[in-house]
Design a protein around this ligand. Structure first.
Ligand SMILES: [Zn+2]
Length: 266
């Protein structure tokens, strides 16, 4: 719902003011409404949930780490009452999606990403680092929301409207614009640096890679690859062949980026 300023058509409604304070980088997400250091005082309809209130300011629920009303932690479905002082804090690294919390009581069973087309190159980089990553340029917003729910994924996107969808419980607004930086952002945000497994995922299809003897694939190799490389992996799904020129060298550059990465403020 949109914030009400007392000009709604229809029957008279019972309005009351609350004070709402967005913290950290959430203030950058607030749109259309007067910003004053994140402190806002909109009049509200009765029976407004805190989730609706937050999203009425343009802030997706996926970016919220905790909510306090009159200094008490509350969940998204909490109904706001008169004279409430609402404090909204962003999710801040490091985020553990495998453990329950008040806002997300049902954690994920495993780390699995779903990548929106607006950060498409991040998909290949996540797979190169060994993370289970679903991606198709064909998927539109409704499909992405359905997949995020059914396959229990963390949706990575730069589309604020998409991240507001109810079905998307776990999501992250990717703030970096360069793919290598985006990978560093995600790894830092979810504290995954110890989970990097090069040569475990196919960059093309997300299938699992297994070692394959060079003799078995000799006919598929170009002369220079045949001459200079001796260790190979093959995708179990699409049969793509990988060697250190395809994974290790790009991965070494990625690791350098990770070490040098300066995390964004939250
Ligand atoms: Zn594959």
């Amino acid at each position: 719902m949109k914030p009400c300023y007392g000009q709604e058509p229809g029957p008279p409604v019972d309005l009351f003011p609350v004070t709402i304070h967005f913290h950290g980088w959430l203030t950058a997400l607030i749109k259309r409404v007067r910003r004053s250091n994140g402190l806002l005082t909109p009049p509200l309809h009765r029976r407004t949930s805190i989730k609706d209130l937050i999203e009425s300011f343009g802030v997706p629920h996926t970016e919220i780490g905790s909510i306090q009303i009159n200094r008490q932690a509350v969940s998204f479905d909490h109904i706001i009452e008169e004279e409430s002082s609402v404090e909204i804090f962003p999710l801040r690294p490091t985020v553990n999606v495998l453990a329950p919390c008040l806002l997300r009581p049902k954690p994920l069973a495993a780390i699995r990403f779903l990548v929106d087309a607006n950060v498409s190159k991040l998909a290949g980089k996540l797979r190169m680092a060994g993370f289970d990553t679903l991606y198709s340029p064909q998927w539109h917003d409704t499909e992405l929301a359905d997949i995020a729910e059914k396959k229990q994924c963390i949706l990575l996107s730069r589309d604020i409207q998409l991240l507001k969808r109810k079905k998307i419980e776990f999501g992250h607004f990717v703030r970096e614009t360069l793919p290598a930086q985006q990978l560093a952002e995600v790894i830092h945000f979810y504290d995954l640096s110890q989970e990097i497994r090069p040569f475990s995922r196919c960059m093309r299809c997300n299938g699992t890679l297994t070692p394959v003897p060079k003799q078995e694939i000799l006919a598929q190799l170009k002369p220079l690859t045949r001459k200079y490389y001796h260790s190979f992996h093959r995708c179990e799904s699409c049969r793509q062949i990988y060697w250190s020129g395809t994974h290790r060298e790009p991965m070494e550059n990625t690791l350098k980026e990770l070490i040098q990465y300066r995390p964004l403020p939250y």
